[in-house]
Design a protein around this ligand. Structure first.
Ligand code: PHE
Length: 453
């Protein structure tokens, strides 16, 4: 998934030279936060924070959340965690290396050096395990600086799910029985699953784990998710081709072994989730929190203490927009933010069989901008996209780099981007688009000191 993809990306160290966003304190969810040289959130992102689409009744993301929650009825269902977290929670607590590219301000949104917008729901794993929760789902809005196209939006929604087991004989026996039951149910389904070994040299068991236990837990993870996938997509595949699902090896700093799941839908493999066996240090940290808080809560007669340390478990994180786009045939991720009744009225609570009917496709209008970069490191694409999103909001459909080269003599680099403007609800006039483009160009010069060609 994204955190994995980030590892493979190349990152410029470029930082904004000035920004209207980082002048004074920022008011977010009723509190004031100081800004500093790390601040890179603008009004367009800040305006999304209070919306919490995953909790809005009737919204397709909220409907999908309820459907998944009802598939795991015995789990705690959490959805009110604040998106403001420390980089420590988002990264360090989950064993991200210090030089992980996801930490860069080109990839993540910072309020200031010590406060950021979570990039994934895994940021709450330690807190939730630390409360002593063994089976839980947590849904939340997450924020990432990224490219702009029909399936990428800087704010999206994830659901984290996790289950812990006691690493003793009796619990492992129960787990084995649970696995057998789930296997029997799946055998009767119309779903074709391309599997890989639960554990392999490139996807290893953790040192502190009994390989037999880790194998059972990884198997339970796969069976639990396969049955969820069948529940969600089984209907779509029932009269036609059987549903195809494939498991692939992955890497996350906070799970081992780790996997990703892709579903074959409309001729393409689509990645829908990342998951794995929780790294033991996450549970060790959670256990410390739990024993500290229970010490303070203790009445003097007894101390609450759950030893998360002697547990083993799995976790997954799935992208709700991705799944909803597949389920309901929603063609553009911006639609989730639409307040247009023509969009919202198409989804009925609890329904996963709706097929979205486009009310209209309004004409698009593209504008190019080419410039010489100011410094040796070229302007990062995510910085460019963020600026465009800040100016044009949801009127921008996609942004593509169409040319880039380095002048052989002067060594200066030049880049050309094509911005495609299109509204989801109305026709845009050429004048309106020209105005937007003018502001993009002016801010490019002002904030990144580029020279327009
Ligand atoms: N947090 C990961 C991501 O956003 C997904 C994940 C969750 C992976 C839980 C493993 C376990 O890419």
């Amino acid at each position: 998934m994204h955190q994995l993809r980030l590892l493979q990306k190349c990152h410029g160290a470029y930082r904004r030279l000035s920004s209207s966003a980082n002048t004074g304190p920022l008011e977010i969810l009723g509190a004031h936060h100081p800004t500093d040289s790390f601040t890179n959130v603008g009004p367009s992102i800040l305006s999304k924070i209070p919306l919490r689409l995953h909790t809005q009744p009737g919204h397709p993301l909220s409907t999908l959340r309820s459907i998944i929650e009802s598939h795991f009825p015995t789990y705690s269902h959490l959805s009110s965690f604040s998106p403001l977290v420390t980089p420590f929670k988002n990264f360090d607590e989950l064993s991200f290396p210090k030089d992980h590219p996801g930490r860069s301000p080109t990839d993540s949104y910072y309020i200031n050096k010590n406060l950021m917008l979570r990039t994934h729901t895994s940021a709450h794993e330690v807190d939730v395990f630390g409360r002593g929760e063994d089976k839980w789902l947590l849904t939340a809005d997450v924020y990432r600086r990224d490219e702009i196209d029909a399936s990428h939006y800087p704010v999206f929604h994830q659901m984290e799910g996790a289950r812990l087991f006691s690493a003793d004989k009796a619990s492992m026996k129960e787990l084995e029985e649970d696995n057998e039951y789930l296997e029997r149910v799946l055998e009767k389904s119309n779903i074709i699953i391309e599997d890989i070994p639960h554990i392999s040299p490139s996807n290893p068991v953790q040192e502190t784990h009994d390989p037999v236990h880790a194998e059972l837990v990884a198997k339970n993870l796969k069976l639990s998710l396969n049955s969820l996938i069948l529940r969600l997509f089984g209907g779509a595949a029932s009269n036609a081709e059987p549903l195809r699902v494939r498991w692939i090896e992955a890497y996350f700093p906070f799970t081992s072994p780790s996997f990703e799941v892709e579903v074959f839908f409309r001729g393409k493999w689509l990645e829908i989730l990342g998951c794995g066996v929780v790294i033991q240090s996450t549970l060790d940290t959670a256990s410390m929190f739990y024993s500290c808080s229970s010490f303070f809560l203790s009445t003097g007669f007894y101390t609450l203490y759950i030893d998360v340390k002697n547990k083993i478990g799995w976790a997954f994180g799935l992208g709700l927009e991705r799944i909803a786009m597949i389920l309901y045939s929603i063609p553009d991720i911006r639609l989730f933010w639409s307040t247009d009744e023509r969009f919202l009225s198409q989804f009925k609570p609890g329904d996963i069989t709706t097929t979205f009917k486009a009310y209209s496709k309004f004409p698009s209008c593209f504008k190019d901008v080419s410039f010489w970069n100011a410094v040796a490191a070229p302007l990062h694409e995510n910085d460019f996209c963020d600026l465009v999103r800040d100016v044009a909001g949801d009127l921008v459909e996609d942004v593509k780099m169409i040319d880039s080269f380095v002048h052989p003599k002067t060594n200066r680099s030049s880049t050309c981007y094509r911005i495609n403007y299109r509204s989801m609800d109305r026709s845009l006039s050429n004048e309106e688009v020209n105005e937007l483009q003018k502001v993009v160009v002016a801010r490019l010069i002002d904030e990144f000191r580029v020279e327009i060609r």
